[in-house]
Design a protein around this ligand. Structure first.
Ligand code: BG6
Ligand code: MG
Length: 213
């Protein structure tokens, strides 16, 4: 039986993905760069600056590092503004019940997210004190599909990664979980990814036994 579940944040615990998309769309439009929801799927789980690099693949000119940082900051200002609208009602279906069930069974819960806004989001939705460890974009140098964030979450929990299951909505996140040696559970956008060990529409459809076995 697994000793801990590590949750991705965006698209697993809370539906911030639309806010990410709208903020990047505003930045891309202002630069005259084509960007749509299909391209946006490639940004799931990927760091802010790497997300920008993907968007800039379609740019007509090249950008200096300074210009890139400015665009990434601009996106984050727009995104943070939309995050102020988040409330506990934005927590995705099944999350609270699962956290309660894990607590009842003395199974640890952690966050493993590429986002540097993790703490701000958890505060907004009232879940800041529901996790035993939080590994996020501020504590890592390589974002998913690199396993660093999940290895950090497991290390903070003092639990072997092989004793952890990861819940993810990104292909890059499933790859990262497997590379870390964790069980990989896919929800949402990643649910058809063959590399996952188990999949469901969302957390409310996950059977606890499949999750922790
Ligand atoms: C991930 C999102 O959780 O966080 C990515 O799936 C995002 O789309 C990444 O780019 C970084 O987020 P932030 O909040 O640090 O810009
Ligand atoms: Mg995600």
């Amino acid at each position: 039986m697994k000793q801990a579940i590590i949750f991705d944040l965006d698209g697993v615990i809370v539906c911030t993905d639309e806010y990410h998309y709208l903020a990047w769309k505003q930045v891309a439009d202002s630069e005259g760069i084509y960007f749509d929801r299909e391209i946006n799927e490639r940004l799931r789980g990927v760091s802010r600056i790497e997300s920008l690099e993907i968007i800039l693949e379609r740019a007509a000119k090249s950008y200096t590092d300074e210009e890139k940082l400015k665009l990434a900051d601009k996106k984050n200002i727009i995104y943070r503004e939309s995050l102020t609208k988040l409330t506990p009602e934005d927590i995705l279906p099944g999350v609270i019940d699962l956290l309660d069930e894990l607590k009842n069974r003395s199974i640890k819960a952690a966050i493993g997210s590429s986002s540097k806004n993790t703490q701000f989001i958890l505060q907004r939705i009232g879940l800041m004190n529901r996790f035993d460890s939080i590994a996020d974009g501020n504590g890592i140098t390589k974002s998913k599909p690199d396993p660093e964030v999940f290895l950090l979450a497991a290390r903070l929990l003092k639990i072997d990664p092989q004793e952890c299951a990861v819940v993810e909505d990104a292909y890059a996140g499933i790859d990262a979980a497997k590379a870390a040696g964790c069980k990989a559970i896919a929800v949402g956008s990643a649910q058809n990814y063959k590399k996952a060990d188990y999949s469901a529409d969302d957390i409310s459809k996950l059977g606890i036994e499949e999750l922790i076995s």
